[in-house]
Design a protein around this ligand. Structure first.
Ligand code: NI
Length: 264
């Protein structure tokens, strides 16, 4: 990975707080976690408004199709439209999304992506309204003939919640059921093996981009632990600076756990 795995916000800053501030529970680094805890993670502003508008403009030129890219069971549940792989707009759209993901340190540390299947684009309307409960296929062929193991699935929302009624992503994971509907440009990532569905759209149109990823760290719980640790490391580094020796040691521990748990 070009970025390395210490998804550090490397802003140098001198600690300006007092010891009592540090004991104040309201000062927790977890306040930085303004998105959901794994295994279901939401990240805001993966695409900015301009990028969302450009993406939507291209999607309007696409020829949408039904019933593609799903196994027999999923195909039965899948009642939406999708942009076919050979659409002339697809290449540019995929590049835009992949660039945006690469520029998100929080995405990188949450997913620890090893391989990402080229993203696809879908649309739900009252006519093609939903995708019933399913799990994503565990193995997906890649263009080079190899396979990708799906560890993490993600949806990047391209319509604002006011643009449509219904169309929630409902996910059942170990922490219970979650219903997700995010602003355009925001992303949700969740374990591919969880049961999930898109509930029927009854008004408007829900545009989205979805993708499947193989993580360097296969185990969801290991990923969750690493993510929690790295988020705290980022907060501590901002507060105490990069040279704080205990932080150097903790970062070493993070990297050694990643070394132990990753496969590439
Ligand atoms: Ni799915």
């Amino acid at each position: 990975m070009p970025r390395g795995f210490r998804a550090s916000v490397s802003t140098r800053s001198e600690p300006s707080d007092t010891p009592s501030d540090r004991l104040n529970p309201a000062y927790s680094p977890f306040l930085l976690l303004r998105h959901r805890q794994p295994p279901v993670i939401t990240l805001d502003n993966i695409l900015d408004r301009q990028q969302v508008a450009a993406t939507r403009e291209r999607l309007e030129k696409c020829d949408w199709a039904r019933g593609i890219s799903a196994g027999p069971q999923a195909r039965h549940a899948k009642k939406n439209e999708q942009v076919p792989d050979d659409d002339p707009q697809v290449k540019e759209l995929r590049t835009l999304v992949m660039r945006a993901l690469n520029q998100s340190p929080m995405f990188m540390t949450a997913v620890l992506p090893f391989k990402i299947l080229p993203p696809n684009f879908n649309r739900y309307t009252p006519e093609h309204s939903h995708y019933g409960p399913h799990t994503d296929s565990s193995l997906r062929p890649l263009p080079d003939g190899s396979y990708l193991r799906t560890d993490v699935s993600a949806t990047l929302f391209l319509s604002d919640p006011d643009d449509y009624e219904g169309g929630e992503l409902r996910i059942e994971d170990t922490y219970g059921e979650q219903r997700i509907k995010l602003p355009a440009g925001s992303l949700v990532a969740y374990p591919s093996g969880s049961i999930h569905e898109v509930t029927p759209v009854t008004r408007g149109a829900r545009l989205g981009c979805y993708m499947f990823m193989q993580s360097l760290v296969k185990d969801t719980e290991h990923r969750r632990l690493l993510y929690g640790m790295d988020v705290s490391l980022m907060a501590l580094r901002q507060r105490y600076g990069e040279e704080e020796q205990d932080l150097v040691r903790l970062t070493g521990l993070y990297n050694n756990l990643l070394r132990r748990w990753s496969e590439c």
